[in-house]
Design a protein around this ligand. Structure first.
Ligand SMILES: *Cc1c(COP(=O)(O)O)cnc(C)c1O
Length: 438
């Protein structure tokens, strides 16, 4: 049936698979948020995807706003990406030696992204960030790094750091198993606070190897930063000889070819990629100034390596995806669709204490009457309203990310017609929840 339809089947198979998986995989999942802990209900086991839709093992169909957490900007099973991957698989899946495909994808990125003079591929966003931090430390010969409360950069040890209550805090691991000795070299500041930034740099700027910030923070709500704030951050890092690492794992090739760097009009020293550049395959990359990247082994003293780095199938999927995005038409179209969708949703939500943040092809529903720009201004009450609403929306045939802190992604497969239908389904559910709340 065309369009969004209510879920027609019980989740018996998903429930059973979750039970079985839980016996041998911790929590039944290979990445925690998939377990639906925040939103409750049975996590859906997915059988297949197609265009804008996900299909679960029980035969239910969902309009997908998660898109594998961002990579699938073209939607599921894009025919050109799939054809390219199939052709590559026939020639081999990995060689442990260089291929022309690595050069092709590197060349494509270097040609299209101003700030990337040299690039190296890895297998995940986490690995990209971890390597960028190492090369930044190697280059500056300093250890201290600064991150922001509300930014996620993957699960490497030195970035799993809690934000304390003070202005700048050091070294409280946010996960068991992370030694304080490691996180003591990581400082955390709130986003969107110029004074905190100035004060920190005055005290510690000259010890700082690098500042890492998400292109547009989108892992803890969609915290769109002010241009002035980002420019100040660039100016301060430059003045103190610290590197600016823009983590573009989400925003890279999502906000257009130039990512968040182009959006803000700033020039970071290093950028990290993942998600979209793999076209659905596991890939990460880090790149930027040639003088910094030349510190890497075998040219320089900073060690970094990977058995499957630059994997030919992943390079192929990434290149096939990026080529379709290169002329900018898809970005323009996605941006317009997202703007119409957010406007439509907001019109229907007027007076309901709910807001929708949107940028590029990303949106975020937030149960509060302002749009937060820093993590500590997100209403935890609001998040629990989203979480309660989640399973009701799921039953209506819309797959939203299973946490109020996660953002939604549009893909090229989302038509205006589907988005109009989705907006009215979402507005009805949100109004009900907001009414309960008010
Ligand atoms: C997803 C993400 C990462 C981690 O990437 P993985 O591939 O999950 O390791 C890092 N930084 C940002 C901004 C991300 O969104």
């Amino acid at each position: 049936m065309a369009g969004i339809t209510k879920v027609g089947f019980d989740s018996a198979k998903s429930r059973k698979l979750m039970e079985l998986s839980s016996e041998i995989i911790p929590g039944g999942v290979n990445s925690p948020v998939r377990a639906f802990k925040s939103v409750g209900g049975t996590p859906k086991f997915i059988a297949k995807g197609n265009g804008a839709y996900l299909y679960d093992v029980d035969g239910n169909k969902y309009l997908d706003f998660c898109n594998s957490w961002g990579p699938l900007i073209l939607g599921h099973v894009d025919k050109d990406v799939v054809a390219a991957v199939k052709a590559q698989i026939d020639k081999g899946m990995t060689f442990g030696a260089s291929t022309e495909l690595e050069y092709d994808l590197a060349k494509f990125i270097v040609q299209h992204v101003d700030v990337v003079e040299k690039i190296r591929f890895v297998s995940s966003g986490t690995e990209a960030v971890m390597s960028a931090i190492r090369v930044a430390r190697g280059f500056t010969k300093r250890d201290l790094i600064l991150k922001f409360d509300g930014c996620y950069h993957g699960h490497c040890d030195h970035l799993l750091v809690k934000a304390g209550s003070g202005l700048a805090t050091f070294g409280q691991p946010s996960s068991a198993g992370v030694p304080e000795a490691i996180t003591s070299q990581t400082a955390v500041l709130p986003l969107d606070d110029e004074d905190a930034l100035q004060e920190f740099f005055a005290k510690h700027g000259d010890e700082l190897a690098a500042v890492i910030i998400e292109g547009i923070p989108a892992n803890n709500g969609l915290l769109i930063q002010r241009h002035d704030y980002m420019r100040l951050l660039r100016a301060l890092t430059e003045r103190h000889g610290a590197l600016l690492i823009l983590d573009e794992v989400i925003t890279g090739f999502r906000l257009g070819m130039g990512g968040a760097a182009a959006y803000y009009g700033i020039r970071p020293d290093l950028v990290t990629y993942g998600k979209i550049i793999g076209g659905g395959m596991p890939v990460g990359a880090f790149g930027g100034r040639a003088d910094i990247m030349n510190m890497l082994s075998p040219l320089g003293p900073v060690y970094q390596a990977g058995t499957l780095s630059g994997n030919p199938v992943a390079m192929t999927a990434g290149l096939a995806t990026l080529k379709k995005l290169a002329d900018g038409k898809i970005y323009k179209d996605l941006e317009e669709k997202n703007r119409r969708f957010v406007t439509l949703l907001m019109e229907q939500l007027r007076d309901n204490l709910v807001n929708v943040a949107g940028v590029g092809s990303i949106y975020w529903i937030v149960f509060q009457n302002d749009l937060p720009r820093a993590a500590h201004t997100i209403s935890t009450d609001g998040i629990s309203h989203y979480n309660r609403m989640h399973s009701k929306i799921l039953d209506q045939g819309i797959y939203l990310p299973p946490s109020g802190y996660e953002v939604c992604f549009l893909s090229a497969a989302h038509t205006d017609e589907l988005l109009e239908q989705a907006a009215s389904i979402l507005a009805t559910a949100i109004k009900k929840e907001a009414h309960v709340w008010a």
